[in-house]
Design a protein around this ligand. Sequence first.
Ligand code: FES
Length: 76
Amino acid sequence: MEVQVCVGSACHLKGSYEVVEKLKKLVGEDAVKISGSFCCGTCGDPRVSVKVNGELFHVAVAEVEEFYEKEIRSKL
Ligand code: FES
């Protein structure tokens, strides 16, 4: 599974670095590749833009664990 976290300037300010760090810890041995992406064009959302196999989501730093379980781990 491919997870791309937006590291554009707006998402950077909203905590994309922390989102990446939390995701890295959660991934462990799971078959998930994390990478960065340029601006997804949805900077207006107050959360960080994250794509999972091309599907766009918005995730706050505090929501990363719940997001991982629901949108990533359950679909592996
Ligand atoms: S900077 Fe992330 S959507 Fe624009």
